[in-house]
Design a protein around this ligand. Structure first.
Ligand SMILES: [Zn+2]
Ligand SMILES: [Zn+2]
Length: 407
């Protein structure tokens, strides 16, 4: 069915995943497909140890895990060679606590390259960097597994992250170069850049459906690259939610992995933010978007921006221009007379008069558009009509509270 190849042949094409196995004529293709799917699944789960373990379990305590699951996630996290869980979680908590500031290790205001990899390569003299964010990690220090992994991290990472994958390929099927190339270098490169994308692309590309004060963003591409961590705007707003993707159709395999562990009894107390509060975040952003549209439109003068006219003044001025009183507002219809759909003569018959009843149904029940257009013709408020302030055209400006953030 499946045969091993000689070591020297493996060296030649070690960059290709399919080099471990070849298929003879008449082989069962389905079996090979299943093998590759199993391989991909195992690798995916190990990649996910950073997302579901280091990130959602230990950095954010978004659920509780049994000892076997915690041990498995620590093993996967160690094999990813991204630092100890304690170090990683401290940096990540600092990132959330000080997002986009100098105390954020992956400060997005320093550019995409810095957030992706520069923060690890360049040591700065400023107070930035992991460990300077003054964040609380005493809970992690109480976890014996986390403490043991932290204290023994270097030999553990070398063995599980580098030696073991190479030994498996070398002793398992005689492919030492393939072990170094694929199981070692390629695997770690992909895993590292997947995690780096959370700090870089997820703070650069996409939408801000829950809050746009800071840089985190939601995007499908980021989610695909990071095992579902790319709905980062949601995550920064609701960091203790075990999900990064709130909506059912959003890609988040880490969420599904944690839910499966919960189903199997390995994880419990999965935390979710109230849908009511999540919807409020979305509504706030929607109002903000509407306000932007609103601010680009021209609106009628408000009552306190108009002068108060006596009835006598209204009558006197109406001798010179086509002033009509409707709902307590005096409107100058001079430039509209010729365009009045009901005819010029009808409108002229109300000049100098109160046409409120006629306008609102006595003669014709005017549309919302007509009411809006009329409001743009306001020139004053009649003194005698105190109820004027209660009358609004249908598309009056919304008053949207704006949050002021101290810089
Ligand atoms: Zn972030
Ligand atoms: Zn986080």
């Amino acid at each position: 069915m499946v045969q091993r190849r000689s070591a020297h042949n493996h060296t030649r094409d070690c960059a290709i995943w399919v080099h471990e196995f070849t298929i003879k004529e008449g082989d069962n293709d389905l079996l090979v497909v299943v093998l590759y799917l199993l391989d991909a699944s195992v690798i995916a789960v190990l990649f996910d140890s950073i997302a579901s373990g280091y990130h959602r379990l230990w950095s954010h305590r978004s659920y509780a895990a049994s000892v076997p699951l915690r041990a498995f996630l620590l093993f996967g996290g160690t094999s990813a060679v991204q630092g100890s869980c304690l170090w990683w979680a401290k940096a990540h908590r600092s990132h959330h606590h000080h997002t986009d500031t100098d105390l954020d290790p992956y400060n997005s205001s320093r550019g995409l390259l810095w957030t992706h990899v520069g923060w690890m390569l360049v040591k700065t003299k400023s107070k930035t960097g992991v460990g300077n964010g003054n964040v609380e990690v005493s809970d992690l220090k109480k976890d014996p597994l986390v403490k043991w992994q932290h204290d023994s991290y270097f030999p553990l990472a070398v063995f599980w992250g580098l030696l073991m994958p190479i030994l498996m390929a070398g002793l398992g099927w005689g492919d030492w170069p393939g072990g170094v190339c694929f199981a070692g270098a390629a695997r770690l490169t992909v895993a590292h850049h997947s995690t780096f994308c959370i700090n870089s692309i997820a703070h650069y590309l996409g939408s801000t459906p829950y809050d746009d004060t800071l840089s985190p963003r939601d995007h499908l591409l980021s989610a695909l690259l990071t095992m579902g961590e790319g709905y980062h705007n949601f995550h920064h707003q609701f960091p203790m939610d075990y999900r990064n993707a709130y909506l059912w159709y959003q890609w988040d395999p880490t969420k599904w992995f944690i839910a499966t562990c919960n189903f199997l009894g390995l994880a419990r107390n999965l935390k979710v933010f109230s849908g009511n509060e999540i919807e409020k975040g979305m509504l706030t952003m929607e109002l903000k978007r509407l306000k932007k549209i609103q601010d680009e439109l021209r609106w009628p003068l408000k009552t306190d921006e108009l002068s108060i006219w006596s009835w006598d003044k209204f009558q006197k001025e109406a001798e010179n221009r086509a002033l009509v009183l409707i709902s307590g507002f005096i409107h100058d219809t001079s430039s509209f007379l010729a365009n009045h759909p009901g005819g010029k003569r009808l409108l002229e018959s109300y000049v100098g008069k109160d046409a409120t009843d006629a306008f609102f149904g006595g003669v014709y029940r005017h549309s919302n558009a007509a009411q809006n257009l009329l409001a743009m013709m306001r020139v004053g408020v009649i003194e005698e009509n105190k109820e004027t302030q209660e009358v609004f055209p249908p598309s009056e400006r919304l008053y949207i509270a704006q949050r002021h953030v101290k810089c």
